[in-house]
Design a protein around this ligand. Structure first.
Ligand code: ARG
Length: 422
């Protein structure tokens, strides 16, 4: 171990590894530059064995066989790829839909939802393959380190963590140099300085480069998923989303498994330029940053869910739930997936969503997804009561003035008091 590693390895948390005790490391391996350099670096610096784990959460265009081969080539003693798309959709994205989860009003939390699952699988595979330590490629500036380490420390307090990128003080250039020296292939060549990307079936984020300059309008090359609205088709497209108990089950009347449904919604949304979010975000670690998100599936599913929920909920539920939705999103954003409050809130989400069944129709056109039609047997809605000019049945217009007198009583009195005693 180099002196630099020793120096940056001081143990200021219970779950951090003592370098001497690191024997076999479960590395969360994406196949990208950071984790590829790590794979080699950990073997050299700690004289430890590395087991690579790659989690498939629906990253578009990823060749997972290639990633696995690369890990083995770089000296991993085992390399696992886990297809966790179904679990991700069912146990992470579906609850987020029920909670209308948007952090900061715009971020559907795809990364934040993925991390606790990735960390849980890391703990599983560490146990299975006899690892004492988990390694990840997060930096010390982001939320992902919080999400992964909080989850690992929650699920197995005996497992240790190393986060080499936080300590090794190599910049991108030095990493490329290290890769070259150690025969590590670099995707996209050494010239390409890509944005920092994270993606899964619920969305895609880009950070870094000009994105950090808040006065810089988005460059076209950042959008890899969603068609730019001005280039979207001139004809609108209509899509219906059917929900059962808060979970989407059909698209345009066709019943689909959730993973497939989310994938198809993303394709339709992307075609029409829907789901581009240019977001300033308050990170958990204090920083404010800008992210460019492409979330075409969420841009269709979330508004549809919210609309249906509003239709089946009472005025009181509809006033109350957004506060809990917000708290749910915040806890998940903040990496506290296992926080009991999140589970308590889930119970409420579950209760409300028991009524959220029906179909919402949206019109997609050049970057916009607008709700057009609504249908639910649970709607707290009666067309004959709502209809203009009709009277009778449950709703008596003659009852209204009495209601208004009592409803406005305190407000009227208070107004008078303030007028008399200015
Ligand atoms: N800002 C988002 C979040 O904190 C996206 C993070 C993307 N992560 C990444 N390693 N590029 O959840």
């Amino acid at each position: 171990m180099t002196d630099q590693t020793r120096a940056t390895n001081f143990k200021n948390a219970s779950y951090l590894a003592d370098p001497e005790d690191v024997r076999r490391v479960l590395l969360l391996y994406s196949g990208g530059l950071d984790t590829s350099v790590m794979l080699k670096w950990i073997q050299d610096e700690y004289n430890a064995e590395v087991v690579a784990l790659t989690v498939h959460l629906g990253q578009p265009g990823e060749d997972f066989d290639e990633v696995r081969e690369k890990a083995l080539t770089l000296g991993a003693v085992e390399a696992h790829v886990v297809d966790a798309r179904e679990e991700f959709a069912r146990d992470y994205v579906a609850p987020a839909i029920k909670a209308n989860a948007l952090y900061g009003g715009g971020y559907p939390l795809f990364t934040a939802l993925g991390r606790p699952l990735i960390a849980k699988l890391a703990v599983d595979y560490a146990h299975r393959s006899g690892c004492d330590t988990i390694a990840h490629g997060c930096t010390g500036k982001g939320n992902d380190q919080v999400r992964i380490e909080a989850t690992v420390a929650t699920l197995d307090p005996d497992l240790k963590v190393i986060a080499p990128v936080r300590g090794w003080q190599m910049g991108r250039e030095e990493e490329i140099e290290y890769a070259r020296r150690n025969g590590i292939p670099i995707k996209g060549g050494t010239q390409a300085a890509p944005y920092s990307i994270d993606d899964n079936l619920w969305g895609r984020s880009s950070e870094g480069k000009w994105i950090e300059d808040l006065s810089h309008a988005p460059k076209e090359d950042v959008f890899q998923l969603v068609t730019r609205p001005e280039e979207a088709p001139d004809e609108p497209e209509r899509v219906t989303v059917t929900f059962e108990r808060g979970v989407p089950v059909a698209l345009n009347g066709e019943r689909l498994e959730l993973v497939e449904l989310l994938y198809r919604a993303a394709v339709i949304g992307a075609r029409h330029g829907v789901g581009i979010v240019d977001h300033i975000e308050d990170r958990i670690v204090g920083l404010k940053v800008r992210d460019i998100y492409e979330v075409p599936a969420a841009a269709i599913i979330l508004p549809a869910h919210q609309e249906l929920e509003k239709l089946v909920g009472t005025i009181h539920q509809n006033q109350f739930k957004p506060q809990l939705d917000r708290q749910w999103a915040y806890l998940v954003y903040a990496g506290l997936w296992y926080e009991p409050l999140r589970q308590d809130l889930d119970a409420y989400m579950q209760a409300v969503n028991a009524q959220v069944s029906g179909t919402i129709g949206l019109k997609l056109f050049k970057g916009l997804a607008r709700v057009e039609t609504r249908e639910s047997r649970n709607a707290v809605y009666d067309q004959s009561l709502a209809s203009f000019g009709e009277s009778g049945g449950l709703f008596s217009q003659q009852a209204s003035p009495g209601f208004i007198e009592l409803w406005s009583l305190q407000s009227r009195m208070a107004h008078r008091v303030r007028e008399e005693n200015p």
